[in-house]
Design a protein around this ligand. Structure first.
Ligand code: AMP
Length: 321
């Protein structure tokens, strides 16, 4: 019996077909809620709200529940599970969507069970913004932190619903290109400043192999991506980032500035594992020492000594004014 969940996620549970520079893989388990819940399950008790079709493999549900993920909100209905087909042949940092079949998501109206309406952390993973808003509006207690993600499809076809959703969340996690598309700005710093002015507490811009930048009300913080020699399949990197980020915050029950900086490193750690194999293969097979070793590698990657004793850089005297 899983523990009482501390965090809820709504998003897609999918079978993905991907084409990457290392090869192709057909109908692998994926979806935004799946990557998020698997990544966050290393840190916290997470419950999933999503829908799957009659073709959903029982073994896939068991894989989630064996990790302590609460799948009581993962409903199964007649029809086919969501399918997404994407290619990374052109650019490993951004997927080209070849096909999206919403299938059972087309008629999905999520209904939260009583155990899920007052959880302190809520992640509205990438899915139709109307579904994201429906879940948020069913929370009887406003969560301590509500975060959301989205993608170009929803910016294209559901912009008003997305804009009104963003007005009601604390943290937006979004790809660089999608942030520019959403705001019409030509720089992420300008885009983030506008979004923060409109009420967000933080905007996390995901930049693929270049890492992520957190624009927060109180600070700006950059985290690199782990410099992997081979990326097998970038699918799920963004959701795994979010799973590490919010899973960590939920486990320590802290949303302060230092916690958010560290959480963004944990996000980058989990994303780095996700891309090392197709689908969930690597992400679901980690040990605590794998995760801690990579977190330590990030500490080394970003560590440098500030100049001590009030010194400045050794700038030539002629510029001393
Ligand atoms: P990312 O973490 O950004 O790489 O997201 C990858 C996941 O997003 C894949 O596993 C897909 O199943 C899922 N996905 C792709 N398109 C959509 C969509 N329109 N709505 C919801 N999920 C999607």
């Amino acid at each position: 019996m899983p523990d009482t969940p501390k965090m809820l996620v709504v998003g897609s549970v999918a079978y993905d077909s991907v084409d990457t520079p290392t090869g192709k893989n057909h109908d692998q388990l994926g979806g935004s809620a799946t990557f998020f819940s698997v990544a966050s399950s290393y840190f916290t008790d997470v419950a999933v709200v999503a829908v799957v079709g009659e073709d959903f493999d029982l073994g896939d549900r068991e894989m989630l529940s064996d990790r302590g993920i609460d799948t009581s909100g993962l409903v199964q209905v007649d029809g086919k599970t969501f399918r997404w087909t994407g290619s990374y042949r052109e650019d490993l940092n951004s997927a080209v969507t070849l096909d999206t079949q919403l299938n059972v998501f087309a008629d999905f109206a999520p209904e939260l069970g009583d155990a899920h309406t007052d959880l302190p952390f809520l992640f509205l993973a990438n899915i139709d913004p109307n579904l994201q808003s429906s879940v948020l509006s069913q929370m009887t207690t406003r969560p301590k932190m509500v975060a959301c993600d989205t993608m170009n499809l929803w910016i294209d076809i559901a912009r008003p619903a997305l804009v009104s959703l963003i007005e009601n969340v604390d943290v937006l996690l979004i790809n660089e290109a999608e942030c520019l598309q959403l705001t019409g700005c030509n720089s992420v710093a300008l885009a983030a400043a506008g979004l923060l002015e409109n009420g967000l507490r933080a905007v996390v811009i995901k930049r693929g192999e270049y890492g992520a930048v957190v624009f927060h009300n109180n600070f700006t913080f950059a985290v690199p991506a782990y410099p992997l020699v081979t990326v097998v399949d970038p699918t799920g990197a963004g959701d795994s980032f979010a799973g590490g980020f919010l899973g960590y915050l939920s486990s320590i029950d802290d949303t302060g500035d230092d916690a958010i900086r560290r959480a963004s490193v944990v996000g980058s750690v989990m994303a780095s594992f996700a891309v090392e194999s197709y689908g969930l293969e690597r992400l679901r097979a980690l040990s605590a020492s794998d995760i801690n070793a990579r977190f330590d590698a990030f500490v080394q990657l970003t560590r440098f000594h500030p100049l001590g004793g009030g010194q400045g850089l050794p700038i030539r005297a002629q510029f001393n004014n």
